[in-house]
Design a protein around this ligand. Structure first.
Ligand code: FNR
Length: 341
């Protein structure tokens, strides 16, 4: 019981401190160059952002990433975020459902997402990669999920005072889950990036979806550090693989690896660059949460509307009328990103 209370408080603190974060890190998308096309033979109103994802059609290759659930406060957040997902026909993942494994009162905070978006939309469940097969099935059933995200967050756990310290057997556990459920399994980071080696090990056990969640946005070393002043971790805030680097490395593994580019995605240019470099879908977390909490539903909704409108403009300015054409565009890598590849 006490553990559940700590978990609920922690969830609220994560939101609070994610908004207060001050450390600025870089996705390195600035080092990706895409050429302007001043003679596009296109009409803006015919630009099509549609694609398929997890067996369903989505209107734009953008998703609202896993953030919250469990309390009344997070139910309200999930209600608003899922209204935005519905407005634009995009997927949404719920935050970790660990709390729902023990606390029935938390169910509605997760179920609200499926109820709001309807059965045709993509909704994704979320648990730790250490979860049992039974817990995965339960979490997916609760929200009639199209897929499960299993999060890898060793950096966060190690900085969290009450966090896990033992990460043995995680790959084996993911292997057990992926070979025992029919629905897709997405393995995700939470802001420190997935390396080529990790992506290859996941691919080798059957994972075909990864969410790279690289460095450049939400920083859980900073968030956890702000929750506890026993040890100061501010000198390791820069840890992690920048999102653009993680994306390029993971993309080189196989064409049939579906990649969600996330971690520090804030602008339409970040989305465009992610797609050109090879992401299938682009995930947004901290920035839309900030728009929602600081500005309210209308502001967060306008933010998404603006992202989509400007993505279409940028697609036109590259001469691409759809996502397939966008993916074929050449790009150049410069600066720090080039040195790291
Ligand atoms: C998260 N994230 C997250 N991820 C996950 O798999 N399960 C979770 O429960 C949470 N919870 C959570 C809470 C809050 C407040 C934030 C801001 C984020 C991580 C999230 O899905 C994403 O991977 C990272 O935040 C990186 O993306 P952004 O925030 O930089 O766009």
């Amino acid at each position: 019981m006490k553990k559940d209370l700590i978990r609920k408080d922690r969830k609220k603190e994560h939101i609070e401190y994610s908004l207060k974060s001050t450390y600025e890190s870089d996705t390195l998308f600035k080092d990706i160059y895409i050429e302007h096309n001043s003679l596009p033979d296109l009409n803006l109103y015919e630009i099509n952002g549609g694609t398929s994802f997890l067996g369903k059609n989505i209107k734009y290759p953008i998703m609202i990433n896993a953030m919250t659930g469990g309390t009344k406060f997070s139910q309200e957040i999930n209600r608003n975020l899922s209204k935005i997902a519905k407005n634009y026909g995009i997927p949404m993942a719920v935050g970790s459902q660990t709390i729902a494994l023990r606390d029935k009162e938390s169910y509605n905070s997760f179920k609200i997402v499926r109820e709001t978006v309807g059965e045709k939309a993509v909704v994704i469940a979320n648990l730790s990669a250490q979860a049992s097969l039974e817990d995965v099935k339960f979490s997916m059933d609760l929200i009639d999920a199209d897929a499960i995200q299993l999060h890898l967050n060793p950096a966060q756990e190690l900085v969290m005072k009450e966090g896990d310290r033992d990460f043995k057997g995680v790959l084996k556990n993911i292997g057990k889950i992926v070979s025992n459920i029919e629905e897709p399994v997405i393995v995700k980071e939470v802001g420190f990036g997935i390396s080529k080696d990790v992506a290859q090990r996941l691919y080798d056990i059957g994972i075909r979806y990864i969410d790279i969640s690289g460095k450049g946005g939400t920083n859980f070393i900073e968030i956890e550090n702000r929750r506890d002043d026993e040890i100061d971790f501010s000198d390791i805030y820069s840890w992690g693989i920048p999102t653009a680097l993680s994306l390029i490395h993971c993309r080189s593994i196989s064409e049939d690896l579906n990649i969600i580019s996330s971690g520090g995605i804030r602008t339409s240019l970040d989305i465009l660059k992610s797609l050109v470099v090879g992401a299938n879908v682009v995930g947004i977390g901290g920035q839309i949460l900030k728009e929602l909490i600081e500005g309210g539903y209308e502001v967060a909704n306008s933010y998404m509307e603006g992202l989509i409108y400007k993505l279409k403009i940028l697609m036109l300015l590259t001469g691409s009328k759809n996502i397939e054409e966008l993916k074929k565009l050449p790009y150049k890598i410069k600066g720090e990103l080039k040195d790291l590849i």
